[in-house]
Design a protein around this ligand. Structure first.
Ligand code: PHE
Length: 339
């Protein structure tokens, strides 16, 4: 019996050393020390011992129990320690490692220039307003003095949603909304997308951007228009920048002009970029047609105004020397990262 007890103690200690986690440890404890455990089984046999042997074996049995208990406890402490050490190792943070720099985005060149232009106009006392891209025929054409059978509609062939509703072909539609809702003095610019049924090439896209300008007040003349555009272009391209007005026709302005600036590439001598002209066309403009004012409830005898519409893409391309419009829409990072 003495040998059996010693064997149990040895076996318990041996197996304790191999235990890897607290669940295994608990199983082992039950196996050796539990009510149905190996030690209990041996103690049950003590009834058959002689009176001299009984206290000796009893004492030994108690010592074995205490030894195993102590071994279990110390193994438990070891396991707990190891677990903590493992967690610390896993959660170790080297604060001296170089950081991962987040990829910073940047503004698209279209947005940069759009904001620049908005800032220039805000500086001149204009409000920025926006208008709907899905528009009634009335605002895009009819109220701008372009009736159903007018040939000007052909050059702005668009996407119709119904007979009466379309994707706007020009931001000039915003002129009408503004004049319906505000009383002069009016000074607004309105940037936004416009749509035309054009095939894509280096200078055309079915979706592009315009910035509309409208000023209505007492005594507004062509001189105010020229002064405003001259200021805009000088702020955008530098003080040497010169503009030129050519007579033109728009149904909703009278007189009308197309406005060119001296070619940013050759300075007016003529080069491939300006097709030998020395100038590049940038926008359409004119004095708001009296019919349009009247249509919006503004008395043309009392008020006059000017309007202009400039193509944002053209300005961006000129400013950065971009020769293909498609680059602006493709979102190729190799292109965009240059700005
Ligand atoms: N809306 C005209 C266009 O798209 C430009 C324009 C705007 C002309 C305002 C005159 C006045 O061509």
């Amino acid at each position: 019996m003495k040998q059996a007890l010693e064997k149990i103690e040895l076996a318990a200690k041996e197996q304790l050393a191999k235990v890897a986690d607290s669940a295994e440890l608990e199983a082992l404890r039950v196996r050796f020390l539990g009510k149905k455990g190996e030690l209990t089984a041996i103690l049950k046999g003590m009834a058959g011992l002689s009176a001299e042997e009984r206290p000796v074996i009893g004492q030994l049995a108690n010592k074995v129990r205490a030894d195993i208990e102590e071994a279990v406890e110390s193994r438990a402490a070891e396991l707990k320690d190891a677990a903590i050490r493992l967690r610390l190792k896993e959660e170790k943070l080297d604060v001296t490692l170089p950081g991962k720099a987040p990829k910073l985005g940047r503004l698209h060149p279209m947005d940069t220039v759009m904001r620049e232009i908005e800032d220039i106009f805000i500086g001149m006392g204009f409000d920025i307003v926006s208008g709907p891209e899905v528009e009634y025929d009335y605002y895009n054409f009819e109220a701008l003095n372009i009736p159903r059978d007018h040939p000007a509609r052909d050059t702005q062939d668009t996407f119709y949603i119904s007979d009466n509703i379309l994707l706007r072909t020009q931001t000039s539609s915003v002129q009408i909304h503004v004049m319906e809702n505000r009383k002069p003095p009016i000074r607004i610019v309105s940037p936004g997308r416009v749509y035309r049924s054009d095939a894509v090439d280096a200078t055309h896209s079915p979706i592009f951007h315009q910035i509309e300008g409208l000023v209505v007040d007492k005594g507004i003349t062509m001189a105010n228009l020229v002064g405003t555009l001259d200021m805009l272009m000088k702020r955008l391209y530098g003080d040497e920048c010169k503009i030129r007005l050519r007579p033109h026709h728009f149904p909703f302005t009278e007189p009308s002009a197309e406005v060119d600036i001296v070619c940013f590439n050759c300075g007016g001598k003529g080069c491939p970029m300006c097709k030998g002209e020395g100038y590049v066309e940038l926008l359409g403009a004119g004095m708001v047609h009296p019919k349009v004012l009247k249509q919006c409830g503004i008395d043309p005898e009392e008020y006059s105004g000017f309007a202009f519409g400039l193509g944002l893409e053209r300005i961006v391309m000129g400013k950065y020397g971009i020769n293909d419009l498609r680059l602006l829409y493709e979102n190729d990072l190799r292109f965009l990262e240059q700005f």
